[in-house]
Design a binder for this molecule. Structure first.
Ligand code: GLA
Length: 371
């Protein structure tokens, strides 16, 4: 079997906008938009249904059952629809007795649920951690589902959603291909900063087959939808920084906005091919903090180039920053071609260092090539 999640998984998840207010017609419309608006072809192949798809009770033979009002055609049909569009099917469950929204959890039913998901054609399982029985171990609870998924024989991305300190040390051994680092993201700069920059320094744990996950993106929510209302919204510079940060940290790229109606300025961010190429680079190195700089991150890429993102966390002033070669593994005398990944433009050839500017809460995003 080939490596599962060889690159950071990309797609869309229903939670950040829709919470449990989901329906198969809406999910199909999202799937159509993923194809028609160019998201699928840019790499966003997963369409993931989060919490709230279930009936309150299991069937007589112990299986999970979709809510007949929300998913009258059933989940096999949902999977077939997504696959017919060249998309992948993501679903949600929980390692405890109930999901976070109170629907049946998989504890004690791991094998039957893994088999059900495989029969439905599921390609990604997000596995949350609410209502775990007292006295049970989180590592073992994840290991039980990791093992059950492996035994189905279907390559299913296992997305561990237990944002607790140190999860990155054991999640991969429990079978996870991505693991949430923190509690939930909201649509605010403070939240993006907290969960995103909290991932800086964990680069030793990430790589092909297993990724640090600072949560699904909030780009384009503008204060609307479930986590939009909680956070209040961001401006365009903040959304650009959010995307650059997720790209350079090799994070999974799961959109959380309503892709059926995204404005052009948001599509320009989410469909930035040069930024996505940084995220999806085959070597899969997660960016590291550039020594001597405050909020600058570098990500070495497989072709020998280096992506650099420099963030301005101040609230009011445009700032300039100098990025010196000497801390990127190069000689000060090297000549380096600099490309701007927002403007899609070559800025020229520089020696020693390049100076860039960034708006408040904004960022410069570059790709450097030694010549
Ligand atoms: C938790 C997760 C969220 C979402 C909800 C669903 O809060 O962190 O991402 O899945 O549960 O109830």
């Amino acid at each position: 079997m080939s490596l599962i999640a060889a690159r950071p998984p990309m797609g869309w998840n229903s939670w950040n906008t829709f919470s449990c207010d989901i329906h198969e017609d809406m999910i199909k419309q999202v799937a159509d938009a993923m194809v028609n608006e160019g998201y699928r072809d840019a790499g966003y192949t997963i369409v993931a249904i989060d919490d709230g798809w279930h009936s309150r009770e299991r069937s007589a033979d112990g299986k999970l059952v979709p809510d007949p009002k929300k998913f009258p055609s059933g989940m096999k049909a949902m999977g077939d629809y997504l696959h017919s569009k060249g998309l992948k099917f993501g679903i949600y469950s929980d390692a405890g007795t109930m999901t976070c929204a109170g629907f049946p959890g998989s504890y004690g039913y791991e094998r039957v649920d893994a088999k059900t998901f495989a029969d439905w054609g599921v390609d990604l399982l997000k596995y949350d951690y609410c209502f775990a029985p007292a006295g049970t171990s989180d590592v073992n609870n994840y290991r039980r589902m990791g093992q059950a998924l492996r035994e189905t024989g279907r390559p299913i991305i296992f997305s561990a959603c237990w944002g607790t300190d140190g999860v990155w040390k054991w999640a991969k051994s429990a079978g996870a291909h991505m693991w949430r680092l923190t509690g939930d993201i909201f649509d605010s700069w403070e939240s993006i900063e907290k969960v995103g920059f909290g991932d800086v320094g964990l680069e030793g744990y990430a790589g092909p087959g297993g990724w640090n996950d600072p949560d699904m993106m909030v780009i384009g929510l503008y204060g609307k939808g479930y986590v939009g209302k909680i956070g209040g919204g961001c401006n365009i510079e903040e959304y650009k920084s959010h995307f650059a940060l997720w790209c350079i940290l090799a994070s999974p790229l799961l959109m959380g906005n309503d892709v059926r109606s995204a404005p052009q300025e948001i599509k320009d961010i989410l469909l930035n091919k040069e930024a996505i190429a940084v995220n999806q680079d085959e070597e899969g190195i997660q960016g590291y903090r550039i020594p001597g700089m405050v909020d600058a991150i570098a990500k070495p890429l497989a072709d020998g180039t280096i992506a650099v993102a420099v963030f301005n966390k101040t609230d009011t002033y445009k700032q300039s920053y100098s990025v010196p070669w000497s801390v990127l593994g190069w000689e000060v005398t090297d000549k380096v071609e600099v490309r701007d990944l927002w403007q899609h433009k070559d800025l020229g050839i520089y020696s020693h260092a390049v100076t860039v500017t960034a708006e408040p809460h904004g960022c410069a995003f570059l790709r450097l090539k030694r010549i």
